[in-house]
Design a protein around this ligand. Structure first.
Ligand SMILES: [Zn+2]
Length: 212
């Protein structure tokens, strides 16, 4: 078992002003293979709740940006990549990462965006990761994005305990369900499970250089 270590954007307001010293320490652990999940998430903003204000939204966004920046800095410093959590904040996430292109690669986890967004991610030298959402009946647009994404540019994940794939929808998701996800992905890509596995495993080893 390996870990990624980071500060999630949804918890940004609880972060100290400088998370770098602690993160540097954690990144040294032989089994910490990336920084993350880190990134930007504008899906649930303070103003969406009763009594929340747009001023609070701005404070939240600024704090997310501040700790994302710090995590990108540490990643560049220690030579690790970042697992990126992005929701309803694609443009800002990409803008924050641009100065780090060539030094830090992102894995945009649980990718649900379109072909244009996929192309901007790949153009930065970053990659995608798809979850069981892809097996949902109403997820044709994600299957279209996958169809346009070359083998060798995406990984697969379950994001358990959430997002169990068909036929386990609504149940607790398990890492083992990557099998059901893989079957759906192989069908979309028109490749064998062996070819898919070879491509995603090779990618994981390249992206997480400390994997043994
Ligand atoms: Zn996430």
């Amino acid at each position: 078992m390996y870990a990624v270590a980071g500060w999630h954007p949804n918890d940004a307001l609880a972060a100290p002003d400088d998370i770098r010293p602690q993160l540097r320490e954690m990144a040294k652990h032989p089994k910490v293979v990336a920084i993350g999940e880190t990134g930007m998430d504008y899906y649930r903003m303070p103003s969406h709740k009763e009594g929340g204000t747009v001023e609070q939204d701005e404070i939240f966004k600024r704090k997310q940006a501040q700790i994302f920046q710090q995590q990108l800095e540490v990643a560049a410093e220690v030579g690790l990549n970042c697992v990126i959590h992005q929701r309803s904040a694609f443009a800002d996430t990409v803008a924050m990462m641009e100065p780090f292109v060539g030094r830090v690669h992102g894995q945009f986890h649980c990718f649900v965006d379109g072909i244009t967004e996929m192309q901007s991610v790949l153009a930065m030298g970053s990659v995608l990761s798809f979850t069981g959402i892809l097996t949902f009946k109403n997820a044709q647009s994600i299957r279209d994005t996958l169809a346009a994404t070359p083998l060798g540019k995406f990984m697969l994940e379950t994001d358990s305990p959430f997002l169990a794939p068909v036929p386990y929808r609504g149940k607790r998701c398990e890492p083992a369900y990557v099998k059901e996800l893989s079957e759906a992905v192989a069908q979309v890509k028109g490749c064998s499970l062996d070819e898919l596995s070879t491509a995603t495993c090779a990618m994981a080893r390249e992206f997480f250089p400390k994997l043994k």
